[in-house]
Design a protein around this ligand. Sequence first.
Ligand code: AMP
Ligand code: MG
Length: 481
Amino acid sequence: MRISNQYAALGTKFSSSSTPEVPKLPQLLLWNEQLADDLKLNLSEEQIANYFSGQKLIPDSTPVAMAYSGHQFGHFNPQLGDGRAHLLGEVANKQGKIQEIQLKGSGQTPFSRNGDGKCGIKPAVREYIMSEAMHAMGVPTTRCLAVITTGEEIHRQTITPGAVVTRLASSHIRVGTFEYFAARSMQTEIKILVDLTIKRHYPNITLTNNRKYLSLLQQVIDKQIELVIEWTRVGFIHGVMNTDNTLLSGETIDYGPCAMMGVYDPETVFSSIDRNGRYAFGNQANIAQWNMARLAECFLNLIDEDEKQAINLVMPLIEAFPDQYNHAFNQMMSNKIGFEEGNVEANKLHQKLLSLMFKHQLDYTQTFVQLQESLIAAESHAEINSLELIEWHKTWQDTLKQSNISHENAYQLMANNNPVVIPRNHHIEKILEQVEGDLSTASVESFLAVLQSPYSVTKDTSLYQDMPPGGDLNYQTYCGT
Ligand code: AMP
Ligand code: MG
């Protein structure tokens, strides 16, 4: 295993040297064989438990805690940083793509403030299940390689076993990382960070003059739009879209208070601390735009010495966000109802469908799956039973016909875009309770096996498709647990 650390090599302005805490009794709980294979890792169980808990350092790794700031719920916090995570370095996977390896829950760092630097077993396993499910659904995301229990009890709302989760990301550079240097007027460091970001994520940017900042901003915006579109496609609610949880790579990061939408309602929010619905399902695109404006502010001085002129150059990119998003949204929703291209007719249909789903409180995932199945089966489906929906169904069929789209083609397109199974909140909670109780992983493994194939019905899929009795009405998720 060859590990280097380009980020640590940037120097002490970017990160602080910090060694993971040696755990009491590390024990392997979850190991991602497929991902390990992709990274060409060939380790014994003992090595795994040692390396991914902080017990021993991977040879050549230079663990650091990264410095960053962030806007949290709209308020700027100049000093955040990895308070419970250690970046060990990066390795190349089989495709030659760089993957950074980070331990989370591995003890205090210079950025811990009053935190204990720890992670409970439930949030660790939640991150593992959610990120692997998202990856399988085709959503850009960080991955999880391992969860190791530490043999320690940690104090949260209750006492719970401690764990270290190993996270993989193509980089951990956040909007908040740029904000950290911008808040301190450290222009040289912003330039260094821009160059690393371009090299790692946007190598097609070859401009060397100040236009490269605009080009980078545009490409990061494009990636954020793609990301939120993907979340919307599968009904994912991130829950805490602070700028420190927004990666320049466009991968989903930080599965703290995230959840999946059941009944369709754009105002859905589950996070206990999101009282005003800032990060509600239907507000995620607005927030992504807001986050991109914060990133743009970090580049202003580099784009033009004259701030007014810089703002004039940046604003069109930020202002184009909603139109660009809506175009991508129409395209994605059209695919979900079997149309290759988003056109006026298809757009009218999915808009009407969403309003009916809201009115009749239909399950987001099940509705699309049942519509898709209705193309090849004659029997009626539970979610398509109101008169209005039957009428919509007829218009939909007529429009497909007029557009010369065969049922087979529509079905195939829908099947590729509508997951039949998602990591539903009540299943996640049940499994997390069980793992916390007896540290057994059989239920996690069988859930993950189904989530690996989100677009096809396998032997056990039906065990996880059900909605919770009474909906997700009182479901709450918690941050920083
Ligand atoms: P998060 O909610 O995970 O995005 O974390 C926000 C900030 O709080 C980051 O700077 C984290 O490193 C820090 N943080 C969260 N939990 C802890 C903890 N238990 N100990 C120290 N820092 C923490
Ligand atoms: Mg975070």
